[in-house]
Design a binder for this molecule. Structure first.
Ligand SMILES: NC(=O)c1ccc[n+]([C@@H]2O[C@H](COP(=O)([O-])OP(=O)(O)OC[C@H]3O[C@@H](n4cnc5c(N)ncnc54)[C@H](OP(=O)(O)O)[C@@H]3O)[C@@H](O)[C@H]2O)c1
Length: 337
């Protein structure tokens, strides 16, 4: 066993350049912890926000970083009975990134935040599953209770969560309408299942949603942008519709309005959402996992990988994450097996 391992850390908040790969002593798992030999990382916008000091969790500097990895259990701490050395697993987000960040060749992770790697998936694909599909499941099934024929507006549709949402909506028989500011992404979004691709800022947006929903209006708007644009989404929701806000890509979350006349006039609900509410609820997680695993196994859900970077290129990977050029998940290869 090597005495050291390589870990991504940052000592000040800022742009991608603050990330450094440092050599650290090989960590030993404590009570309830597992040491993972990391094979691949899935990158998330939350990590760029954390690195910049603009996330729900403030980094404890120098901080580790990273929520999502696929890897092999390498050692288990006292009291861990759910996994054994040699098991192929994925991490479930929701732990402190400062303490457990998984951008590393080896990382400690709470055993409660592990899930088996689905059979037949390469580690590069397995690292791209759970943040995106669990986030989508919680919103579409638990909150939105989407049914066949319901129209769902999918904000930032080319994001990893957006594409998972489009696929899951199709799986449920619903009608996903992709929202994007980038017209050149339209063909790719339709190929991945979008019924239509619209820019909410474009004229006739609300009319197009009315047409697509047969006059009923949308059932659910799933929005990671927040800010003043939320008012435009609310206008398109039908009677009893739901607006779920789950991210702040606009950087204008503080200016998010409560759309009073739409909400009162048509009984709309407006709700904030963090996937950790699902991950930390064993019964909800088990239901979501069973549904998603079945749909992943039969190929009806399939992660969309935008690009694969090498571990040594983590700074370039973060630059790409924030470029908004991606369609799908950005993945980092940490080891070759
Ligand atoms: N609440 C939760 O539990 C939870 C869980 C997972 C993710 N999230 C949030 O979901 C969002 C997506 O995460 P991700 O990791 O999937 O992202 P990602 O893969 O990095 O995708 C980001 C995409 O968002 C679009 N975008 C960026 N800025 C925008 C803006 N100001 N207005 C409209 N669209 C914008 C861009 O596409 P265009 O070409 O369309 O501009 C870009 O390609 C983030 O806000 C993240 O924090 C929340």
């Amino acid at each position: 066993m090597a005495l050291t391992t390589r870990v991504v850390r940052f000592s000040s908040t800022g742009g991608p350049d603050v990330l450094r790969i440092v050599e650290q002593p090989m960590p030993a798992p404590a009570d309830g912890e597992v040491r993972l030999r990391v094979q691949a990382l899935g990158l998330n916008r939350a990590e760029a926000a954390f690195r910049a000091g603009q996330y729900l969790e403030a980094p404890q500097l120098p901080a580790r970083i990273g929520y999502e990895a696929a890897g092999i259990v390498d050692a288990v701490g006292p009291g861990v009975t759910t996994v054994r050395p040699g098991d192929a697993v994925c991490t479930l987000p929701g732990f402190s990134m400062s303490r457990y960040g998984v951008y590393a060749e080896h990382a400690l992770v709470p055993a409660a935040h592990l899930i088996a790697q689905p059979e037949g998936f390469r580690p590069l694909d397995a690292a791209a599953l759970w943040m995106a599909y669990l986030t989508a499941y919680g919103a579409l099934v638990d909150i939105g209770q989407l049914g066949a024929g319901d129209v769902v507006l999918v904000g930032a549709a080319s994001s990893s969560v957006g594409l998972a949402t489009i696929q899951l909506a199709r799986y449920l028989g619903a009608v996903p309408v992709a929202l994007s500011r980038s017209p050149h992404k339209a063909a790719a979004l339709c190929a991945h299942g979008a019924q239509a691709v619209l820019d909410p800022e474009a004229p006739q947006f609300a009319e197009r949603i009315r047409e697509l929903s047969g006059g009923r209006g949308a059932r659910l708007a799933f929005d990671p942008v927040a800010g003043p644009g939320v008012a435009i989404l609310a206008r398109t929701l039908g009677q009893g519709g739901t607006l779920v806000i789950y991210g702040n890509l606009s950087g204008q979350a503080e200016q998010t309005p409560f759309p009073f006349y739409d909400a009162v006039g048509r009984g709309l609900s407006m709700r904030g959402y963090l996937v950790f509410e699902l991950i930390n609820d064993a019964a909800r997680l088990a239901r979501a996992q069973a549904c998603l695993q079945a749909a992943l196994a039969d190929g009806r859900l399939k992660p969309v990988i935008d690009r694969v970077f090498d571990f040594d290129d983590i700074v370039a990977a973060h630059r790409h994450l924030e470029s908004n050029r991606q369609v799908g998940k950005i993945v980092v290869r940490v080891s070759d097996d």
